[in-house]
Every structure is written in C-alpha cells, then in structure tokens.
Design a protein around this ligand. Structure first.
Ligand code: HEM
Ligand SMILES: [Fe+2]
Length: 771
C-alpha cells in the first residue's frame, strides 16, 4: 500500500508548497487591491447642510498624525486595534454622537418618553447616522444641521479631554491612564477630533448600494442599528464546519500512517548513544553570541517589570502606589516598551540562535563571521536605545506631530511603533542577520540528503527579514485601512506563518544533528507542517482586517483560512508523543532536560494559546463583539509568550550548553524557572485575563461595544477585582523570570572549561546528509 513517503515525497511536497504559495500570496495581493478600492473615502471636507465646515480633509489627516504622535494604538484603540484601558475612540465617538443626536431629536428627556415615541426617535436616529452622504464628485460629506450640532458637541468633549481643560477632564484622563501634563494644543485636539469623527462615521455610514457600513457594522452599537451582518453569521458557522472537517481528515491520516512513521523515525545508524554536540567546537562567532543571550535576559526582565507597571495603571490610572509615575513613564509609554520588548527579546533570542547554530550545521566558521556578529549586536543595542528614547520623547510631546515624529518618534502603530528611521535600520539589521546565517549554513546546503531541511531554515530566515520590510510599504499619511493591511503582513505573517516554520525547522534540524530523528523523516514532516501552516496562515491574515474598512470577501477568506491554521495546533499531541519517545532514551539526554522541557511547553501553549484562545476570538461573530477586549490580551499572552517566548528560552538554554559549563548548571534554578513560568502564565490567564475578557464580552453582547470598553466597566468593581487577581499569577511568573536571570548570570559569568578558544572549527560530527 502506498504510504506517506510516496504520497508526500519531498519533491511533491516542494511542488505543493511552491504552487500553493504563488496562489495564496497572489490572492492576498489581489484582495489587498480590493481593500484599496473599497476603503472608506477620505473626504475633502465635512460640512453641515447650511454650509458650515466642520472639518477639512487636511484636518482629518493631520489628526491621524497627531494621534500617532501621542502613542496612537498604545492609548485606546481605533477600529478595535490598540490598548485596552482607554476606550476605543471610534466606538466611543459613535456612541457619544448618537446620544447627543438622539437627545436633540427628542428635544426632551428621552428616557421619560413613552416607548412608541422612543422607537420612532430611534428610527430617525438610525436613518440619519446610517445615511451615507459622501458625494464622490465634490468629495464632501454633508450632514444635517441637527447632526452637525451633535458632532460639534462630541468634538467639544474630546477637545476638552485632550487639552485637559477642566477637573472633570482631569478625572477622565486619570481613568484612561493618560498623562496630565502632556496635553495637546487646541489646534491639535481639534484635528485629532476630526480623525476620530471620521473613523466613527465610517462605522455607521452604509457602503454605496449596500445595507452594511464600511466596517461591516462593527462596532456593536444598538443605537445606530449596528448589528452583525448576514455574512458575519454565515462565515462564522462555515469556518467551524471547515475546521472540524480538516481536523478529522488530519487525525485520520496520522492514524493511518502512524505505524510506518514511527518505524521510520530512528536514524539509519540508530539513535545516538552519546551527546554528539559535545564534540562540536564552539567557534569564535558562536562564542560571540553569548552577549546576545545576556541582553535577551535583561530585556525579558525589563519587559515583565513594564508589564506589571502597565497592568497597574488599569487600577490606579495615574501612579504606582501613589508615586506620580505617569508624569515620567505614562501608560502609553510603558505599554509601548512592554510590547516592543516582547518582540525584541524574542527576536534577539532567535537571531542569536540562528547565528550560533549556522556554523554548527554548516560545520565551519566563515571568515569575518565574528565581526559580523559583533557589528549586528551593536546595531541592535542602538536600535533599542534609539527607538525607545524617541518613543519617550514623542509621548512627552517633544517631537511635534510631523515628519520628525514619524521618522524618530512614535509611529503609533502597535508592534511597529518605532520611528521609521529605526524601522529601516532594523530591516537592514535583519538582512545582515540573514546574510550571516546563510554564510554559516552554506556548506550544509551543498550536502545531499539533509538539504531540504536546511533549505527550509534558510527560507524561514530570509522570509523573516523580507516580511519585516513590508512594514515600510505605508507612509506617514497612508489611509488607515491600507496601513492595517501592510502592518498585518508583518505581525500576522510573522507569528502565524514564518515563525511557525522557523520554529519547526530549527528544532527538527537540531534533533537530527543530535542523532534523535532520521533526517528524511524530519524533512518530510517539516515540509508537511510548512504546507499546512502557510496554507492557512497566508490568507488567515484577513482575520485582523474583518472590520477595518474592508469588503465582505475579507471576512469570508479570513474566517475560513484562519480556521485552518488551528488544525495543526490541535493535533500537537501527536508531535509531543513522538518527541517524548525519542527524548529520554539515553542518559546523555538528561543534559538537555530543560531545553527539551521548554520545547515541550511550546507545543502545549501552541494548542492552548494559539489554537484554543486564538480560535475563541477568531470567528467573525466572535470577533465582532470581542475585538480589542481582554480576550485578545489573553490570547496574545498565551500565544506570544507561551509559544515564541518559551521557544526563545528553550533555544537560549540549548545554545548555553555550548557557551557555558553545563556541569555547573543549577538544576534547581531551571526547574523553578520552568514551573513558575508555566504555572504563573496559566494563573495570569485563567484567574485574571480570561475572566476579564469574558465579563467584557458579556457587556459587549448585552449593551454594545462602547460600553464594554467604557471607564464605567473598566473601572467597575468586577473588572477592578479581576485586575487585582493578576497579582498571584504575576508574582509566580516574575519569580520564574528572576530564577532564569540568576541562572543566566551564573552560567555566563563563571569560567568556561570547555570549548576551543583558538577557534579551530571542528568538522561537523554528524552531517545532516547521509542518513
Ligand atoms: C503562536 C501563534 C500566535 C501568536 C504569537 C499570536 C499573537 C497575537 C497577537 C500579539 C495579537 C495582537 C494582540 C493585540 O492587538 O493586543 C493577536 C491577535 C489576534 N490573533 Fe493571534 N497569535 C497566534 C496565533 C493565532 C491563531 C492560530 C489564531 C486563530 C486562528 C489567532 C487569532 C487572532 C485574532 C483573531 C486576533 C485579533 C484580535 C483582536 O483584534 O482583538 N492568532 N495574536
Ligand atoms: Fe493573526
């Protein structure tokens, strides 16, 4: 009977992968062009029926720059993308404007009116708010005088808030965790109001010829008739249907092939009897990566500290136990640094692993490799320090709102907050990293047999660099729908595409190198996994764009393809079982106990954090109510730390075996670290973040999205109690981080008795080829 080796030969898998990627990326680009054509129009001006100009197009665009320079998505959110303590500004404006207009139509206390009158007024309100009065010929949005008055009233609220005019504003700023002293000028505040108005307008104004708004009726707002569209329901249930079918098929195929597969796992020469990596010479460039791992540890510590401060702002808006923290390190800044550091330390751990592993897999030290590794290190430090300083200065209102801020301050877009100059510098750094890794891997690419596996590591490496470059495809004034499209090319295609491939390929390559898995099996399984990840992941990008001013097709494709992403994540038990089988065969493997343990927790969190918490918010109907609630924070922590953070720590420990003296390792510290990190993360999620998310989701279903994000809910007794419930989990988690840091400092600063200091590269002990 034909088995997996003939059905999915390496050659065939490569063909499937290449053809698939052309089709998938073709579709991603094609539908990206559709977003371009159907995005909400930027008007030349917004005016009242009697001719009063409320906002000009330039003011709205300038408002976007102002918003970015204040930290943008780090302080509240627009269209559901951003921070959680301040409101979603679009939804908040929509709600306030609707109430103002409703009261003006009622001309008396609305709630005192008989129900039929309320219903009649509600219908007039909906009609007024949903009517799309944008005229493409004149580029004017014209609103009734009555609505214009409601807009002016809402704008006044915002302008007061942003300029911190009255004690009431000061109080609200405290609840929103906004700094008191870093206020906008009246002019900036007016422009920012215009931008927020326009994002709110697009959530209710119906698309020409359709009955749904530009944002597919997001956010849920009963006042203006914003309820889920038919397409949102349809694609939700179809995505669940497809997911179940695909999981069933994969489980069936695994079951069928399992016996053949298991027989094939053992390397042809048998499982390694000794630690093959002990014989590998640690070359000068490999040794030079030690400082990267030190910096990884320092950044992880800083990230956790900033996380604790950021979380604390949710209960005490202006300070830390009475200290006036906001004046120096306001919420938007600590959240910026917290999220940027998450990306940076994880990336640094991987970059360093790539640099460490490349000569190890390639079997020789390329010339000047150490110089390159050291140069890249200095660049990374400069990028971190330079971009962080710029972000601080921007939020402290020292960078203005124009080009200087865009290039050196704060771009305001979550995960890509750093100024454009630093973004370009980082891109160049990543390209340099790619080059350095490729030089190291080059000899392994020429060997027969293991080529596919090494080639996948190469492709993943190159793609990580190139995808970051797509974040340069929007500019300072780019329409927000288009900016979002490219931003998610970086963030989503990294974490749900190429990082998965990199993680699988690098761990498999190491297992092969250690003589634990047969190279042909590793190559087939990594290729197979790559096909599955990328077939779902590429078009899955659209799950971030359901409600960003995109056409309905984005909801359809996003829902179906991102459901497919979940398929490999719910069957990780298969991989875990296989690995456990080969990991504990010989005594020498106990030396790798902790790196292996971290790799195993990657699998578990992939299922829980990415698979379960990811899918929980993923169907369009779920995300319609939950985008930007704490259900997202739950998923982000479980997936980003659980999967890639744990992987970064596992890889760090793996490399540290060659960079330090394992005989002196403290098992106790690593054990405490491992368990505290895992248990602490679980406590943080299940005692605090997830219940917060569920409570907010309930408010969103029942009363509307703006309410779920309002100060009333966020600072209500339930949410406040749940924020405090973080403390035990945070303490356990932080203990794990501190234990890891102590371990690292001890390991790095005690003298190393192994390794070859004169840098003579040893031949690879087990070539990837030939098995
Ligand atoms: C290890 C893989 C993954 C990582 C590291 C990851 C990480 C993240 C991060 C950092 C965010 C942004 C959170 C924020 O804006 O504050 C996010 C959002 C999101 N993720 Fe994931 N994710 C992963 C896998 C998945 C999977 C498999 C799915 C579902 C199929 C998924 C669905 C979503 C959705 C729908 C959002 C948007 C939530 C919102 O806008 O409120 N993710 N993810
Ligand atoms: Fe995603």
């Amino acid at each position: 009977m034909a088995d997996y080796t003939s059905q999915f030969s390496i050659r065939r898998l490569w063909i499937i992968l290449c053809v698939g990627m052309v089709v998938m990326f073709g579709a991603l680009l094609f539908f990206g062009a559709q977003i371009y054509h159907s995005k909400p129009p930027m008007p030349g001006a917004v005016r009242s029926a009697s001719g009063h100009i409320l906002y000009t197009g330039e003011e709205i665009q300038r408002g976007q720059s102002v918003w970015q320079s204040t930290g943008g998505m780090q302080q509240g959110s627009i269209w559901g993308h951003g921070g959680y303590v301040a409101p979603d500004w679009s939804a908040d404006w929509l709600h306030r404007e609707a109430i103002a207009l409703r009261d003006s139509i009622a001309a008396t206390e609305f709630n005192a009116l008989p129900e039929p009158d309320q219903a009649r007024i509600g219908a007039i309100l909906k009609h007024e708010m949903r009517t799309n009065s944008y005229d493409p010929k004149t580029a004017l949005i014209t609103v009734s005088d009555q609505r214009a008055a409601a807009i002016v009233a809402t704008a006044a609220h915002y302008e007061d808030l942003f300029t911190n005019r009255t004690p009431a504003d000061q109080h609200l700023r405290e609840l929103y965790a906004m700094p008191q002293h870093a206020v906008l000028t009246r002019d900036e505040a007016h422009a920012l109001g215009g931008f927020i108005f326009w994002t709110a307008w697009a959530t209710a104004a119906e698309r020409p010829g359709e009955k749904i708004s530009y944002t597919s009726n997001w956010p849920h707002e009963p006042l203006v008739g914003n309820v889920p569209t038919g397409a949102i329901f349809l694609w939700t249930f179809l995505s669940i249907f497809v997911l179940l079918g695909a999981v069933g098929t994969l489980v069936w195929y695994y079951a069928r092939e399992f016996d053949v597969w298991r027989g094939d796992i053992e390397p042809i020469e048998g499982f390694a009897q000794t630690d093959l990596l002990r014989a590998v010479t640690v070359t000068p460039s490999m040794r030079a990566t030690a400082k990267y791992f030190f910096v990884v540890t320092a950044m992880l510590l800083a990230q956790v500290l900033l996380g604790i401060v950021t979380a604390h702002y949710a209960v005490e808006g202006q300070g830390l136990y009475g200290l006036p923290m906001t004046e120096y390190f306001p919420y938007a800044l600590t959240r910026t640094w917290h999220t940027q550091l998450a990306v940076l330390w994880i990336a640094t751990a991987w970059l360093a692993t790539g640099l460490y592993v490349a000569p190890l897999l390639g079997g020789r030290e390329p010339r000047f490799q150490r110089l390159g590794v050291n140069f890249l290190f200095v660049s990374l430090l400069m990028i971190v320090i330079g971009s962080f300083a710029g972000e601080w200065a921007a939020i402290d209102r020292r960078m203005g709102t124009g080009a200087v801020n865009f290039w050196f301050g704060h771009q305001g877009y979550e995960y890509l907050d750093l100024g454009r100059f630093w973004q370009i510098y980082l891109f160049v750094g990543l390209l340099l990293w790619t080059l350095l890794v490729l030089r190291g891997l080059w000899p392994a690419l020429k060997e027969k047999g293991g080529r596919s596996l090494v080639f996948l590591v190469v492709i993943a490496t190159v793609s990580i660099g190139l995808l970051f470059g797509t974040g340069l495809l929007y500019g300072e004034h780019t329409h927000i729908s288009i900016m979002e499209y490219w931003r998610w090319w970086v963030v989503h295609l990294w974490v749900e595409g190429i990082f998965e491939v990199f993680a699988t390929a690098i761990v498999s390559a190491l297992f092969v190198k250690m003589g634990l898995v047969r190279v042909s099996v590793a190559a087939t399984s990594v290729l197979f996994a790559t096909v599955i990840f990328l077939f779902g992941g590429v078009l899955g990008t659209f799950h971030h764009l359901y409600f960003s001013g995109t056409p309905t097709v984005v909801i359809a494709l996003g829902a179906i393809f991102s459901a497919l992403e979940v398929v490999p994540l719910v069957v990780v038990g298969f991989e875990a079982y296989n690995r456990a089988k080969v990991e504990h065969q010989h005594d020498w493997q106990t030396a790798y106990r902790w790196p292996f343990a971290f790799f195993a927790s990657v699998l578990v969190w992939n299922m829980v954090g990415a698979g379960m918490f990811g899918f929980f918010i993923n169907p369009p109907l779920a995300l319609y109510y939950m985008q930007g609630l704490n259900t997202t924070a739950t998923h982000a922590h479980a997936a980003l730390f659980g999967v890639y953070g744990m992987l970064g720590l596992g890889l760090t420990l793996f490399c540290m075996r060659g960079l330090s003296d394992p005989a002196r390792w403290s098992d106790k510290l690593l054990k405490s670290s491992f368990w505290c990190l895992n248990i602490g993360l679980a406590m943080m999620l299940f005692f605090s973040l997830f219940p917060q998310g569920l409570y907010q989701a309930y408010q969103s279903y029942t009363h509307g999205y703006a309410y779920a994000r309002s100060a009333e809910v966020i600072h209500g007794p339930v949410m406040q109690a749940l924020v405090w419930a973080r403390v035990p989990g945070d303490v356990v988690f932080a203990t794990g981080v501190v234990a890891f840091a102590i371990f690292m400092v001890r390991a790095l600063f005690t003298r190393d008795r192994r390794g070859d200091a004169n840098g003579t590269p040893a031949p690879a002990t087990l070539p990837l080829a030939g098995a």
